[in-house]
Ligand binder design. Structure first.
Ligand code: URA
Length: 433
């Protein structure tokens, strides 16, 4: 079997066998397959898609290109959550301690932010001393001792994904459901999970702008997870405005702590409860979703989730004192309110523009190698459906350098739309698959 035969088959709309997919993934990982052949096959997949069997075979080949963690000796259900990413999406920091406090083991391997979306690792690193580059032995130890651990990708997990993603990035083949779903699931399945909850975002601030595309991605992800024998559920959730009020790493950590104290914004609290409850169902800790929600609400009320977060910060070398004193995470040098020039209701907040403005302030990355400023960001004072008067604060900007401040302000102002009539409320959780 030659690479050009596999490329031709997919180019002509054929279905690849497991052997053909393995040849491709092995060839890419070992470097035996030339980049131009791998790129041609990626484009053929992009154009002609893949069926359920092909997607599962591609995921499994990518998964087995590297190390697959085995936590079978940890005597708890292993469950994680993955979000397709959005603006102000910080649920991992809230639900992982809650799920651990409820008896799950959560081996969470996360990513960094890129473009308008944030990343869990950058948020955790806003906590002075917090280490995300654990060895696998430290990761396991923390998981066993505390019930969860959070770290970054290692070079040994799904190395095929790293190579393929780099090729997709430069060949305009990123936005393909089979390629996205195999990429996400190969990394998640490497965590040795019993259950997985997927938060597939839809709307202006999401990867998948339309609900139809989000549903197609969710179906592909769930199909792969279940095909691999992992109890998998997907929620399709709204990203037509930032989640919660804070955007920017330090500000988001503070919002997570407030949420774990039971004082978080309504949407962030609701979604965190729902995702954690679904994790408890996926881990078979609870059978009924309403019972699972009660468990989570109780953990918020008693502060047990917050205590788990404190334990994790200490275990991973961070300053847990930040929980009681937010100034231990150095704040930005300046703050400024953006005042409304309109009266009425907030009808729309373009999440992507808020994310880009936050990135301009230094909270996010344009390129993978960029450094981020942990202190800067935005706190929304108004969300969709709120009334607003001329001169009232729409949001507060936390910034250090003023170089891009004007550009960010223009973008933030343009992100808001107003109406005279109260907009009809949007559903936060649009579907569960
Ligand atoms: N996230 C991933 O991990 N992979 C993709 O291809 C897209 C988003």
């Amino acid at each position: 079997m030659r690479p050009q035969d596999v490329i031709r088959k997919k180019r002509d709309g054929g279905q690849l066998t497991k052997e053909e997919i393995n040849l491709f993934v092995r060839g890419v990982t070992s470097g035996e397959m030339a980049d131009y052949q791998a790129s041609a096959l990626l484009m053929a997949i992009f154009l002609n898609g893949m069926n359920d069997d092909e997607r599962l075979a591609l995921t499994e080949a990518m998964l087995h290109s590297g190390e697959v963690l085995d936590f079978s000796d940890v005597p708890k259900p292993k469950v994680d959550k993955h979000s397709t990413g959005g603006v102000g999406d910080k649920t991992s920091l809230i639900l992982a301690p809650l799920a651990a406090a409820a008896g799950l083991a959560v081996p969470m391997i996360s990513g960094r932010g890129l473009g308008h979306t944030g990343g869990t690792l950058d948020k955790l690193e806003a906590i002075p001393g917090f280490r995300v580059n654990l060895t696998l032995a430290e990761f396991r130890q923390t998981l066993e001792r505390i019930g969860y651990a959070m770290m970054g990708q290692t070079g040994t997990i799904a190395p095929a994904d790293k190579k393929l993603y780099a090729l997709r990035d430069v060949t305009s083949t990123v936005e393909s459901i089979p390629l996205i779903s195999a990429s996400i699931m190969s990394k998640k399945l490497a965590e040795g999970l019993d259950g997985l909850v997927l938060d597939v975002k839809t709307g202006g601030g999401a990867f998948m702008k339309s609900e139809t595309d989000a549903k197609a991605l969710a179906e592909a992800l769930v199909g792969i997870g279940r095909g691999a024998g992992v109890r998998t559920v997907a929620l399709i959730t709204d990203m037509n405005q930032p989640l919660g009020r804070a955007v920017g790493n330090r500000l988001e950590v503070i919002e997570c702590v407030e949420t774990l104290r039971g004082r978080g914004p309504r949407d962030l609290t609701e979604l965190s409860i729902e995702l954690t409850a679904q994790m408890l169902i996926a881990g078979e800790v609870k059978k009924e979703i309403e019972d699972a929600r009660d468990v989570v609400r109780n953990l918020l009320e008693t502060g047990a989730g917050l205590e788990k977060f404190r334990e994790l910060i200490e275990a991973q070398g961070g300053d847990a004192g930040v929980i009681d004193d937010y100034t231990r995470m150095p704040p930005a040098a300046h703050e400024e309110d953006l005042l409304s020039e309109s009266n009425g209701y907030v009808a729309k907040i373009e999440a992507e523009m808020i994310g880009v403005a936050s990135m301009l302030l230094g909270a996010g990355r344009v390129r993978v190698e960029d450094e981020v400023d942990k202190a800067v960001g935005i706190v929304l004072n108004k969300k969709i459906g709120d009334t607003v008067r001329c001169g009232e604060s729409l949001l507060r900007i936390h910034y250090n350098g003023a170089e891009k401040l004007d550009e960010a302000k223009q973008m933030l102002r343009a992100a808001f739309r107003f109406s005279e009539e109260k907009p009809s409320p949007q559903k936060l959780i649009k579907a569960v698959l």
